[in-house]
Design a protein around this ligand. Structure first.
Ligand code: HEM
Length: 136
């Protein structure tokens, strides 16, 4: 692989990880009573925008649960949408690519240990508690 191809793979990996494992759940407060998609919401209700669900929507992504580094369409909403869309998204993208590159350069080959579960916890930000790996 030449430099350009490595850069392109790292960029695809960063985008697919952001899509498949979207971890941000922004919160909103409803300002007035409203009916949205058959759901009644009252002023002052709190609303969690479950972006991980949007990024697994089969109407948007073919075979959405599949982690696919060659996925043609990206267009995920891990950085939010609208006026509060992440201000740091460009910096975050560069940081992710640098982290993956540095980690892969330093670690020996590894793979998931499929005998042990990957554990996540939910919340305003979804996080990974445990990611068991095996070294080849
Ligand atoms: C992978 C890393 C990141 C993800 C997934 C992410 C995701 C998000 C999301 C979903 C929002 C929208 C929140 C909302 O709608 O209420 C947001 C907002 C924001 N993010 Fe990020 N972010 C990341 C990294 C960063 C970094 C590195 C910075 C700054 C250096 C940053 C700065 C901000 C700021 C200032 C806002 C608020 C924008 C506003 O309310 O107008 N983010 N981010």
């Amino acid at each position: 692989m030449n430099c350009g191809q490595i850069q392109s793979s790292l960029s695809n990996a960063a985008e697919e990880i952001l899509r498949r494992y979207t971890f941000t759940v922004p919160l909103r407060r409803i300002t007035k009573d409203v009916m949205f998609s058959g759901c009644s919401m009252k002023a002052n209700d709190r609303l969690a925008l479950f972006l991980p669900g949007a990024d697994l929507d089969p109407r948007e992504f073919k075979d959405p649960e599949r982690f696919d580094l060659n996925r043609e369409k990206s267009g995920h909403v891990a950085f939010g949408i609208g006026p509060h869309r992440c201000l740091g998204s460009h910096l975050a993208r560069v940081e992710l690519q640098v982290i993956y590159q540095q980690v892969l350069e330093r670690l020996p080959r590894f793979r998931l240990d499929e005998t042990r579960p990957v554990r996540f916890h939910a919340g305003n930000v979804i996080a990974m508690d445990s990611l068991p790996l095996r070294w080849d």
